[in-house]
Design a protein around this ligand. Structure first.
Ligand code: AMP
Length: 329
């Protein structure tokens, strides 16, 4: 009887079936007879997580996925995954046949003197989190793989990127848009997932997708917070216990502002100054910006109406944290 040895696998959801029948004369140093039938079947669909370090391998894998007519969801991250990231991944898992998570600390979005070198990294732990959520592919290239030697093409935007984080981190959004465009071109996802935590970033990405005709649906998910209100961030790991306590001033000032607006306050400057006063009363906190702006244009508001975004960037010690709240009035 001819030998039979089968491994059936698909990128994405995978069923692994190993089946040995008689394998006479197969060159192995032990003998398998017909009475040794190894039959290894995973009746549940098991997901195999691929760690991909090169653009070429990523493209090859995704070509196979797309040829089967499968949908693809992309979650771009800088890694050191926490529940905020995981909420995006869970949604991507629900919506798509194949989920790609990119983990890349993108040098072009960090300014001089910022924390590119010290940004927390733990690929092994991130792989475990992704495995647990049934991610199909983690794309984690090195910087010199992502950016070809001599790279000199960038994606940029006017107006929206002049404000908030764009004003306090010059060049930041150019780096973000460039790397996200590259990821969109490499993965060609049907959907891509971003958090409201980076409210200006998701607005910039939605605008870029519209303006450059990327055929990708952008999904925006709410901010995930600790029980005491602190927005989850990979940078929270920089905080000492005392700073961690001080950092609560961001969310608390936002929640207070929200309450005042719900109670009828419509004067944007009063809301803004209330936030500034509260944050200034915390000695470890230094305001980078605190703005009450139109949620679509990011223009500062006089009167609170329609969609409003209250956005903060505050340094707690040496750690720059951002947080925001969006409201429809
Ligand atoms: P990062 O790794 O910081 O670049 O973030 C990757 C994605 O996760 C971005 O779309 C962020 O907006 C999102 N994200 C980060 N923190 C949170 C959070 N606390 N809640 C929801 N999404 C988040």
């Amino acid at each position: 009887m001819p030998g039979l040895c089968g491994v059936f696998c698909f990128v994405g959801r995978m069923r692994l079936v190993l089946y040995w029948d008689t394998l006479p004369g197969n060159g192995m140093d032990y003998e398998i007879t017909s009475s040794h039938i190894l039959y290894l079947t995973f009746p549940m669909e098991a997901v195999v997580l691929e760690l991909v370090k090169t653009k070429h391998e990523l493209r090859q894998l995704l070509k196979a996925v797309r040829s089967e007519g499968k949908s693809v969801g992309l979650v771009p991250t800088m890694g050191y995954l926490h529940e905020g990231h995981l909420s995006l991944i869970r949604k991507a898992r629900q919506d798509n046949d194949c989920v790609v998570v990119s983990i890349f600390v993108n040098p072009t979005q960090f300014g001089e003197g910022e924390d590119y070198n010290t940004y927390p990294r733990d690929l092994e732990r991130d792989m475990e989190s992704c495995r647990g959520l049934g991610v199909d592919i983690v794309f984690a290239p090195e910087a010199d793989e992502m950016y070809a030697k001599g790279s000199c093409t960038f994606v940029d935007m006017e107006r929206l990127t002049d404000r908030l984080c764009g004003a306090s981190r010059p060049g930041h959004f150019r780096g973000v848009m460039t790397v996200v465009s590259k990821l969109f071109n490499l993965v060609r996802p049907d959907r891509a997932y971003f958090g409201q935590k980076d409210a200006q970033q998701v607005l910039v990405i939605k605008t870029m997708v519209r303006d450059l005709d990327f055929d990708i649906q952008i999904e925006e998910l709410p901010i995930v917070r600790e029980a005491d209100g602190l927005a989850l961030s990979s940078r929270n790991t920089y905080l000492s216990p005392e700073e961690r306590e001080a950092a609560l001033v961001l969310s608390r000032s936002l929640f207070e502002a929200k309450k005042r607006i719900e109670d009828g306050e419509r004067n944007a400057e009063l809301i803004r100054s209330g936030i500034v006063d509260k944050i200034s009363s915390q000695p470890l906190a230094h305001i980078d910006y605190a703005e009450v702006v139109d949620a679509e244009t990011l223009e500062p508001l006089r009167e609170i109406k329609n969609g409003v975004l209250i956005a903060l960037a505050v340094r707690i010690g040496r750690t720059r944290l951002i947080d925001n709240i969006k409201m429809e009035v």
